[in-house]
Design a protein around this ligand. Sequence first.
Ligand code: FES
Length: 320
Amino acid sequence: MTDGQTIAVEVSAIERVTPLIKHFTLRRAEGGPLPAFSGGSHIIVVMRTARRVNRNPYSLLGSPADLDRYEIGVRRMEDSRGGSHFLHDEVAVGDRLEIAHPVNLFPLDKRARKHLLLAGGVGITPFLAQLEDLAVGTAPYELHYSVRSPDHAAFKDRLIAGHGGHVRLYHDSAGEAIDVEGLLSAQPLGTHVYVCGPKGMIDTVIDTARACGWSMSHIHWEQFSAPPVGDAFEVFLERSQRRLSVPPDQSLLEAIEAAGVEVPYLCRGGVCGFCRTRVLDAGDGLLHHDHFLSDAEKSGGKSLMPCVSRARGKHVVLDL
Ligand code: FES
């Protein structure tokens, strides 16, 4: 995916839905329908600031049947490199943005006899679109949605209005928690479980499902990592014969793109594996932040995902 494939959109509405999350509605700048998508899809939003270009993934939360608009929910990340702050603080109704075509790395499995959805915080966003698909299907479904406190329950009214009988809400502030083991051990055969939320929640659901005998083919999760900030380092691109500096608040992928060298990508969150790049010299080692490479591949140091991973030391040489 490259900039040549982006779509110009206009921000038609912005609504604060919790103290940390804003809801953005985007319409095609030239008018007309946007590309079709299915529940669980995400888009990449391109943010051009005076200093650099950020590209962040956001799940589409609107109805897949309504292609007049795309909707995303953006959580303000305090330790972010600027993407969520840019959308929260600098984007207004009427502004134009670029987005990439939707990609679905978190689809519903149509073979499921039942769908069990578990969401934590802003992890509710991919499920909002999936619920629209589930509401017109025949398989039973239920959503368990855990939030910090009632004022952090993003899109609660939409959930209750559209899917009230299928939704259960849990408030940490009231001592409520999803009984993951109880739920997973009581599902009918053929159920698929989907989880999106904080890393600890995803790990708990995967580990508990495995312990309860679930097949990995029936366990689905979405866990985009925001590129973390880190120490500055240098990268040498062997085939391009380019030497670049990567500052603390820029991802390796962004630095490579800024130099005009293209790397394929889909998720920009360490999940899809598309940006996998061969490492020719790992220097003092690599800081892997992806969810794609195996532990053995990570310790082998022969490849990395530049969308989220960085050099541990002062420099690294890549086969680009
Ligand atoms: S773009 Fe998906 S892992 Fe890097």
